[in-house]
Design a protein around this ligand. Structure first.
Ligand code: M5T
Ligand code: MG
Length: 599
């Protein structure tokens, strides 16, 4: 497990706040703007109503109590009750709507991200830990929801409340208000100074989080190997490191908030102190009544509530921005392999395949894995590719499926350069059995039908019989309805291979590509499949990669690949006669007894 695959934590740097990302984030709130507006309005109204409370209090004290008017006291109490009730109702509406929009936003974002990722090219997936990709679709999306959902509403409603309070305070008494707000500018300045740290802090939290998921995914997938090599202790140690790194990054990010709260309190207390002093003096000079000053101080306390709420949301904004950055990075990755704007739809293909001087490497700064590959396969022919491990056999298939584009040369099907045709229209007529077979959770029948959802059960059984997996399935208690777990966990590797094989055949492809399709199947079963292959491969172009030479003897042409080049080609008999690499390979296997007697 190379540590390089984990995301590196950032150093604090002073970047300008990314308004582009912020605006784009707000875009996700657009579909819900009516609802969000409604919530904001409801909250604003209830906040404004609550703002009258100190005034009710003042009236009660100055007119009701001091002026001995019990009616005023009752009136004020009733009004107060009414406003509380409205506040309660507003709370209900708020929670309901916010839950609704929140889940909606998560839904939208996940969907967009998943849709996009489905189309991304293999090069994107190469070398990115699965868990870290998963983390973006799960955790990062949540963080964004958090912001849009509660954050946005808080910002808007609290700002309204803030403005309301400020206005009321100035109307009540400009001099006191001025005293109270004297502390605001230094506070804003202090928070602005802390922003880069907060930003980096939250970005690191997201990264640490993603590293944990990446490690988790790998640990779970590889548990069999880990246990067999007694690596549990080491795995725990590595996980601890990542877990600890999350702990530390989170504490680092949140620590800044610890600074912000007491700081806000100190500023608040200083401001209030100034007001109390000035207010008391004004009462003694008979400029103001006691109720007035009390109401004013009450407003002042309330003034800090939105300030606190907004600065709390501010850190949520920064955290969501870190997530947004990560999500947008994926959304902005263009699929490399993409239909060109004037791509031709191909109705049907006959199955001719051509490679013209193809050179290919997986990465710009890595050596070529395929060099000057030139080959022509006539429709209906069977071509076999043999060669040592790592020679480039699978890479040829990767190009033929257009999982990647070659750096030089062209890959053609029926004379069409793959880059000029609508990819789906060609892939629809091709079927591939991968070297590592992959089953999806679902029944065996669903897995066989994966690429041909309209196929009948008879068709499914027919292909299963052809690849000799029917007898096995029939013996299962629930037959074709047998649930295979994720990745086919409860089937043998050979059984998985055969089911994948059946899946490919059911598509009735014009071009069938088998990458070691029967390498894990016993020689007896393989031999029987061989017989069936005769009929299976009739009228189809087939490209077969196999290590067992018995599988490929009958091919029309055999290509021997070594180190990314075709070093020999021809029919079995020719190649045997020429005494080149193929014949040596064949003899070695024969000597090792890999061939059934009589072959
Ligand atoms: C050929 C490299 C690999 C090897 C060479 C699939 C893949 C391969 N490689 C990458 O760098 N990235 C990839 O995603 O390419 O590999 P191959 O074509 O898979 O070899 P093969 O199919 O002939 O080998 P095998 O073992 O399946 O018989 O150098 O590192
Ligand atoms: Mg391979």
């Amino acid at each position: 497990m190379p540590d390089a695959q984990y995301e590196k934590l950032d150093e604090v740097e002073k970047l300008p706040f990314n308004y582009g990302h912020f605006r784009r984030l707000l875009g996700y709130a657009r579909p819900y703007r009516r609802k969000l507006l409604l919530v904001t309005a409801v909250i604003t109204i209830s906040t404004i109503l609550r703002l009258t409370e100190p005034y009710l209090l003042r009236t009660m004290v100055d007119i009701g109590i001091t002026g001995r008017q019990p009616r005023v006291i009752t009136q004020m109490a009733l009004l107060w009750l009414l406003f509380q009730a409205i506040g309660g109702l507003a709370g209900y509406v708020r929670i309901r709507i916010l839950n609704d929009t929140g889940t909606g936003i998560i839904y939208d974002l996940r969907r967009e991200l998943f849709d996009h990722m489905q189309w991304l090219s293999l090069r994107f997936y190469d070398g990115r830990p699965v868990g870290s990709m998963m983390s973006r679709v799960t955790n990062d999306v949540e963080a964004i929801n958090n912001l849009i959902n509660s954050g946005l509403v808080t910002i808007v409603s609290q700002s309204v409340s803030l403005i309301g309070i400020v206005v009321v305070m100035f109307v009540l008494n400009p001099r006191l208000a001025f005293m109270a707000f004297l502390v605001v500018p230094p506070m804003v300045f202090a928070i602005a100074r802390l922003r880069p740290r907060m930003e980096t802090g939250w970005r690191n939290v997201r990264k640490a989080n993603s590293n944990i998921t990446a490690n988790l995914n790998e640990s779970i997938t590889g548990i069999r190997v880990s246990q067999s090599f007694c690596r549990e202790g080491e795995n725990i140690r590595r996980f601890d490191e990542l877990n600890d790194s999350y702990y530390r990054t989170f504490m680092q990010a949140i620590r800044i908030e610890w600074l912000v709260w007491p700081m806000a309190d100190v500023f608040g207390v200083v401001g209030t102190g100034l007001v109390v002093m000035t207010g008391a003096r004004m009462v003694m000079q008979d400029v103001l009544t006691v109720g007035y000053v009390l109401a004013f101080i009450d407003y002042l306390w309330r003034f800090w509530e939105p300030i606190n709420a907004i600065s709390r949301v501010y850190s949520r904004v920064l955290s969501a921005m870190a997530s947004a950055e990560r999500i947008f990075e994926y959304l902005d990755t263009k699929p490399e392999v993409l239909d060109s704007p004037n791509a031709v739809e191909v109705d049907d293909i006959t199955g001719g395949v051509q490679f013209e001087d193809v050179c290919f490497r997986y990465d710009e700064d890595e050596p070529y894995v395929l060099r000057d590959i030139d080959l022509t396969v006539e429709p209906g022919q069977t071509i076999a590719i043999v060669g040592p491990t790592g020679a480039g056999k699978t890479s040829i298939i990767n190009l033929l499926m257009r999982f990647y584009d070659p750096q030089e040369g062209r890959v053609l099907v029926d004379g069409h350069d793959l880059r000029d045709v609508a990819l789906a229209s060609i892939r629809r007529r091709m079927a591939l059995v991968l070297q590592e077979s992959f089953l999806f959770s679902g029944t065996i029948a669903e897995n066989i039908r994966y690429g041909s959802p309209d196929a009948t059960m008879e068709d499914v059984i027919a292909v299963a019989k052809a690849v000799k997996v029917h007898d096995f399935v029939a013996k299962l208690q629930d037959g074709y309805e047998h649930q295979v777990e994720e990745r086919g966990g409860r089937l043998s590797v050979g059984q998985r291979q055969l089911i994948s094989f059946a899946r490919a055949l059911l598509r009735d492809p014009r071009i069938l590509i088998l990458d070691e399709a029967t390498s894990s199947v016993d020689t007896q079963t393989e031999a029987t499949i061989q017989e069936a292959m005769h009929t299976l491969l009739r009228d189809r172009t087939a490209i077969i990669i196999a290590h067992r030479l018995s599988t490929i003897r009958r091919a029309d042409c055999i290509l021997v690949i070594e180190d990314g080049r075709i070093v020999e080609r021809g029919a079995h008999a020719e190649l045997m006669a020429s005494g080149g690499p193929y014949s040596q390979l064949y003899r070695r296997q024969f000597a090792a007894g890999a061939l059934p007697a009589g072959e």
